[in-house]
Design a protein around this ligand. Structure first.
Ligand code: AMP
Ligand code: GLY
Length: 456
């Protein structure tokens, strides 16, 4: 075993912080670079001032710095073809090719693949023409689900309450090109608890991770607009072993095998956004990468060496045994007021140091920077775009530097416990210690498992 591996992690949000944290537990890894990273990641990795989509510059960096393995966090890098570019240069990389990443970047591609390989999902139609879409929705019982066919930073899915609202959304997506020129998938509305099944995938081989559940809506009671995710926990007591087996055998494996048959084998993390409906588990969406904030509650439970897992997928060699701890995790996202709409940034965050040594707490930074590096405000941008990066990239906690908000989602505060209730209590206590004038959070993360008599 070589013990001085250098790893480059591409990305700068909470998911990348959790990946960096997991890599830092590997005895084989001696150096971690993260591009662009953030103020929290800077404590565990050397931050590199490159954006996640600067694919050519990232390749050059990896070549110049003798990087052994690159691990990709965000979908934008994958959709920009980072894996193809690294593969051509003979560099080892963990993440799917651009062609395989289409499972996330095109909802229409994902739906057609599921239809072809008989994977359970909501019935749908895809439209390019505004008039045809409006006509279809008019004849359809409400609610329907409207999905923009492209990357839209978690904001491309709308469930309108009325026909008039649906018409407005279709106009924005198909006539005003709100997210760019594209198609819209109109899908039947399904009901039931959602859950996230992330799997390490190597062609037809599928290795499920521990289950987690995200909370997509901005406000308590699952109300308000959809966000990238406001909190998560793992494990999931309401998903049975049979549900899990069905999800792996009837959903994840057929999709992985389908991608191989279509000529774009998937290597990386295939994320199934699934729903336990009264008719069984069905697919809501696929992502081609680790979920955020799910990764922040799943990877802390991984007991195996993550470098071995990444390596074996990058190299196509046999997978090591993957072990998960029995500890429960629950995390609360602290987001900038106004998110997922307009928000300001640059607000001081204090109270983090007191939590740093608590073995039952981990604070993953999603959108932070050191004071002096953040712009005034953003409007509706992806909060993980990584425009903001720490100044001193020396891999040590920058003593004396002020940490400030620099994104929509700012921190993911994760508690650990013997039970989900313990993990919840720990995390909430920690959240209340963090001081910042411009953050909000949902206090009801985990309601489904903490109130077993409540609506399930
Ligand atoms: P997506 O980006 O496709 O995961 O959609 C975002 C969110 O919209 C999901 O997490 C669900 O809460 C909701 N959603 C998407 N598709 C459906 C559907 N067919 N039925 C009900 N809710 C849905
Ligand atoms: N938390 C949902 C996602 O990562 O897409």
């Amino acid at each position: 075993m070589i013990m001085d591996r250098k790893v480059l992690v591409v990305g700068g949000g909470g998911r990348c912080h959790a990946i960096v944290d997991a890599l830092s537990r590997s005895p084989q890894v001696s150096k971690i670079y993260c591009a662009p990273g953030n103020a929290g990641i800077a404590a565990q990795a050397e931050c590199v001032p490159l954006k996640d989509t600067q694919v050519m510059e990232l390749k050059q960096f990896a070549l110049d710095h003798g990087v052994d393995l690159t691990v990709v966090g965000p979908e934008a890098s994958l959709a920009a073809g980072i894996t193809d570019v690294f593969n051509e240069a003979g560099l080892r990389i963990f993440g799917p090719t651009k062609a395989a990443a289409t499972i996330e970047s095109s909802k229409d591609f994902a739906k057609r693949l599921m239809e072809k390989y008989d994977v359970p999902t909501a019935a749908y139609r895809t439209f390019e023409d505004y008039g045809e879409a409006v006509e279809y929705v008019r004849d359809h019982s409400m609610p329907v689900v409207l999905k923009y066919d492209g990357l839209a930073a978690g904001k491309g899915v709308v469930i309108p309450d009325t026909f008039e609202e649906a018409e407005t959304v279709l106009r924005e997506m198909l006539l005003d090109d709100m997210f760019g020129k594209g198609k819209v998938v109109v899908e039947d509305f399904l009901m039931g608890p959602e859950f996230s099944l992330m799997c390490f995938v190597n062609g037809t081989e599928v290795y499920p991770m521990a289950l987690s559940q995200d909370h997509k809506r901005a406000y308590e009671g699952d109300s308000g607009p959809n966000t990238g995710g406001m909190g998560a926990y793992s494990p999931l007591p309401f998903i049975t072993d049979e549900d899990m087996e069905y999800s792996v055998e009837k959903i994840m494996k057929p999709v992985a095998a389908g991608l191989v048959k279509e000529g774009c084998p998937f290597k990386g993390v295939l994320y199934g956004g699934l729903m336990k409906t009264p008719e069984g588990v069905k697919v809501i969406e696929f992502n081609c990468r680790f979920g955020d904030p799910e990764t922040e509650v799943v990877l802390p439970r991984l007991e195996s060496d993550i470098y071995d897992i990444f390596s074996s997928i990058a190299d196509g060699t046999p997978m090591p045994e993957i072990r998960w701890s029995d500890r429960a995790t629950m995390g609360f996202v602290m987001a900038s007021k106004g998110y997922p709409g307009h928000y300001d940034k640059g607000f001081d965050i204090t109270g983090l140091e007191a939590l740093a040594d608590d073995p039952d707490i981990k604070v993953y930074h999603m959108g932070t920077a050191f004071a002096g590096q953040t712009g005034a405000s953003v409007h509706g941008q992806s909060e993980t775009a990584g425009q903001v990066m720490p100044e001193d990239s020396d891999g040590r906690m920058a003593a004396g530097k002020r940490t400030v908000t620099a994104g929509g989602r700012v921190l993911m505060v994760v508690g650990f416990g013997q039970t989900l209730q313990d993990a919840h209590d720990k995390a909430l206590e920690a959240v209340e210690h963090i001081r910042c004038d411009n953050l909000f959070y949902r206090r009801d993360i985990g309601w489904r498992v903490l109130q077993p008599s409540g609506a399930r």
